[in-house]
Design a protein around this ligand. Structure first.
Ligand code: URA
Length: 210
């Protein structure tokens, strides 16, 4: 992917995103829409996955047919909201390996601190897709990518639903080699770090918490 940021402006993505932003959308509806949009975004982020060929027999004749090459993809959820994007990608790529990164923000230093990390074996040479619906300040996303690189990942992409300009800039500074795919680049962060116009707290909306 040559672009650092790709905004997927497909009408289906934009329509579903509007439904997700609407505060009247139910928890069940929000979850379903997130799964559906994630699949459409995953289509874009996996567009350049390498192919090889294999020999198969169709009912008509033998053919050399395209098939995905290389190690299985690794999908990494940034807890907790990233979990809402797992199922959509796994429906498309059922053989993907799955990892989790948990980070919280230290109230004194305001820096992200790791509380959980579990990644698939040999991240090196796998396509690694980190998922988190909201790229806000970018601090936890950049820290999560640091951890993945320390674990050997060298081909990482970041998939989110909404991005703030501040988060995109932070990621570009920390990880210019990690392309970002999103459904929207929103206007700004507010003073509490929420994306505007945004959709509120993605975790609360998908899990029905407050
Ligand atoms: N995380 C969210 O869930 N929402 C925001 O707007 C920003 C970060």
């Amino acid at each position: 992917m040559s672009e650092h940021l790709t905004v997927v402006d497909h009408p289906l993505v934009q329509h579903k995103l509007t439904l997700m932003r609407d505060k009247g959308t139910s928890t069940a509806g929000f979850r379903r829409l997130l799964r559906e949009i994630t699949q459409l975004l995953a289509y874009e982020i996996t567009r350049e996955m390498p192919l090889t060929t294999t020999t198969i027999d169709t009912p008509m004749e033998e053919m050399e047919a395209p098939i995905l090459a290389g190690k299985k993809l690794a999908l990494v959820s940034i807890l907790r909201a990233g979990n809402g994007m797992l199922d959509g990608v796994l429906e498309l790529i059922p053989s993907a390996r799955v990892g989790f990164v948990g980070l919280y923000r230290d109230e004194e230093t305001l820096q992200p601190v790791q509380y959980y990390f579990k990644a698939p074996e040999s991240l090196k040479d796998r396509l690694v897709i980190a998922v988190d619906p909201m790229l806000a300040t970018g601090n936890s996303s950049a820290a999560a990518i640091d951890l993945l690189k320390e674990a050997g990942a060298n081909n990482i992409r970041f998939l989110c639903l909404l991005a703030a300009p501040e988060g995109v800039a932070r990621m570009k500074e920390a990880h210019p080699d990690v392309p970002i795919v999103t459904a929207s680049l929103d206007r700004e962060l507010n003073e509490k770090g929420y994306i505007m116009p945004g959709l509120g707290d993605a975790g609360d909306r998908m899990f029905g918490t407050k």
